[in-house]
Design a protein around this ligand. Structure first.
Ligand SMILES: C[S@@+](CC[C@H](N)C(=O)[O-])C[C@H]1O[C@@H](n2cnc3c(N)ncnc32)[C@H](O)[C@@H]1O
Length: 317
């Protein structure tokens, strides 16, 4: 039977944490529960399925790890990250130019930039597309071309807002590295003082299409890679499956891995509410044995999520 979910506290210290790019599936909320699970002596926080790197930004913002290494198999996305880290002001200039130029005909301008992005993979085009596309969801066709449509009710973040976000994110991630690579290489690079945070595409979502950037993640190969990491005493945290109401994404991971499985209450599903239903979302986090022992055991893990002394504000209140 699934244990009752725990409601982790919200960290007021993360209230002003920046974010650079809108991204469907961002773990900005869950970062409140993940950052407290990083040991104080974390050398590198390695994030192999980075996307918008919400957890690395939050942890680095609070200076918990010494540094962060973010990576993703999506090459244009990582080229965008490299620019955010290296030259946020110049990137903000480019975004501003695109944002202003769209004003006379935002609808066809989006399509024009989408074609230009597909031809060149220029990072500022991707930033503009992410700011304007439906649900900030990156979608590619079988040929690897970005094919998501614009949300024509919105023009994307205003240039001044984007500039402030890029500058603050770049500052929080000072010293971080952004790499294009498969998660297997990232996981293999982890040493004992590091912590790896993994947020792979949900099974069932990722396996529906087979294209370059979200090639179905083989569960079997994934479990093998986790086993290797466990045998090497790698500390890792994994977001794997989740449930909304009776719908669940992905099967729980095999118990033979001896991971600590936390069920975190994540509030009401906004999608279900939109459809006139109420469904509660529970997020799963799995912790590797090396991390749990580094934190002093499961009791200490719980105490970090829901401290007894204060009157904590629940994360999804
Ligand atoms: C659920 S998203 C991660 C979202 C992220 N946690 C955030 O806060 O935005 C999953 C990411 O995994 C990447 N991905 C898919 N397959 C991969 C692989 N084999 N190796 C590395 N990254 C992969 C996708 O490009 C996508 O950005």
């Amino acid at each position: 039977m699934t244990p009752a979910p725990i409601a982790p506290q919200r960290l007021p210290s993360l209230d002003a944490v920046p974010h650079a790019i809108p991204y469907q599936g961002s773990k900005r909320q869950l970062a409140h529960a993940i950052v407290p699970l990083l040991p104080a002596d974390t050398a590198r926080l390695i994030e192999p399925f980075a996307g918008s790197a919400a957890v690395s930004i939050a942890a680095s913002y609070l200076s918990v790890p010494k540094t962060a290494v973010i990576s993703d198999v999506n090459e244009p996305l990582m080229a965008l990250w490299q620019r955010i880290l290296a030259e946020p002001a110049a990137l903000a200039d480019d975004y501003e130019m695109l944002w202003q130029a769209q004003l006379s005909d935002p609808r066809s301008y989006f399509e024009d930039i989408r074609s230009k992005f597909n031809a060149t993979h220029e990072p500022h085009f991707l930033l503009y597309l992410l700011a304007r596309c439906v649900k900030a969801a990156v979608r590619y066709n079988r040929h690897g071309a970005f094919n998501q449509g614009a949300d024509n009710r919105r023009l994307g973040a205003k240039p001044a807002t984007m500039r402030a976000r890029l500058a603050a994110t770049s500052k929080a991630l000072t010293g971080a590295m952004a790499l294009t690579r498969d998660y297997t290489d990232a996981l293999r690079s982890a040493d004992l003082p590091d912590v790896v945070y993994m947020d792979p595409p949900y099974e069932g979502v990722s396996n529906t299409r087979d294209h370059r950037y979200m090639a179905g993640l083989s569960r079997e190969r994934f479990v093998e890679n986790l086993s290797d990491a466990i045998a090497r005493d790698v500390s890792f945290i994994l977001s794997y499956d989740g449930t909304t109401g009776t719908k669940s994404y992905g099967k729980p991971l095999t118990e033979s891995l001896k991971l600590t499985h936390l069920h975190l209450y994540a509030g009401k599903s906004s999608q279900a509410t939109l459809n006139g239903n109420t469904a509660h979302t529970v997020e799963s986090l799995y912790l590797s044995p090396a991390l749990v022992s580094r934190l002093g055991g499961v009791g200490q893990v719980m105490a970090r999520l829901v401290p007894a002394e204060a009157e904590p504000t629940p994360l999804w209140a």
